[in-house]
Write a protein that binds this ligand. Structure first.
Ligand code: HEC
Length: 156
C-alpha cells in the first residue's frame, strides 16, 4: 500500500516537474544526443547585459520575449519574412555562435531581408551578450541539439 502510495505521488509529482524541465532554462548542465554533458552558458552579468541590449534594439521586431513576430513563417506584403523567434522555437539554434554573430553584425544577406546590420552600432561584447541572453531562453533539448550541431559544423 505504502509503496503504491509513494509511486503514485512520484508519478503525479513528475508531471509538473517534467513540464517545468521542458520550459526551464535554469539547469546548468545538459546531456546531448551525442552523449556529452555540457555546461550551459550561465554568466548572470552577461545575460543581464544581453537582455538590456535586446530590449533596447531587438524587441521591437523580435518581440518582448523573443517569441518572434506574428506569422513569422509567412512573407509580409513586401515579400520579406517578419522577424523570427530567437527563444528556441524558431531556427536560430540551427546556427553556430560564429554564424549568429555574423548575422547580427551584417543583417540580412545582401539586403534581401529586413534584419538590420548591427556591426557599427553594437560592440562585439554586446553582440555576444545578446546571444547569451536569447540562448538562456532555449529549453535544454534545444540547447543540447544546438551544441551537437555546433560541434559538427562550427561554421554553419
Ligand atoms: C527592423 C526589425 C528587426 C530588428 C530591430 C532586429 N531584427 Fe533580427 N531579424 C529581423 C528579420 C526580418 C529577420 C529575418 C531575416 C531575413 O529574412 O533575412 C531577422 C533575423 C535575425 C536572426 C536570424 C534568426 C534565424 O532564425 O536565422 C537573428 C539571430 C537576429 N535577427 C537577431 C537580432 C538581434 C540580436 C537584434 C538586436 C540587436 C535584431 N535581430 C534586431 C528583423 C529585425
Amino acid at each position: 500500500m505504502q509503496i503504491a502510495g509513494i509511486t503514485l505521488l512520484c508519478f503525479i509529482g513528475a508531471v509538473p516537474l517534467l513540464v517545468g524541465c521542458e520550459r526551464a532554462s535554469d539547469s546548468t548542465t545538459v546531456e546531448t544526443m551525442a552523449g556529452s554533458s555540457v555546461k550551459r552558458i550561465n554568466d548572470p552579468e552577461q545575460i543581464a547585459t544581453g537582455q538590456q541590449v535586446y530590449q533596447a534594439n531587438c524587441a521591437g521586431c523580435h518581440g518582448e520575449n523573443a517569441a518572434g513576430a506574428t506569422n513569422w513563417r509567412q512573407p509580409g506584403a513586401d515579400g520579406r519574412y517578419p522577424a523570427p523567434p530567437l527563444d528556441g522555437s524558431g531556427h536560430a539554434w540551427h546556427h553556430s555562435t560564429a554564424v549568429l554573430i555574423q548575422m547580427i553584425r551584417n543583417g540580412s544577406p545582401d539586403g534581401q531581408g529586413n534584419m538590420p546590420a548591427w556591426g557599427d552600432k553594437l560592440s562585439e561584447q554586446d553582440v555576444r551578450a545578446v546571444i547569451a541572453w536569447f540562448q538562456s531562453l532555449w529549453p535544454d533539448p534545444v540547447y543540447a541539439a544546438w551544441y551537437d550541431m555546433q560541434q559538427r559544423s562550427p561554421s554553419e
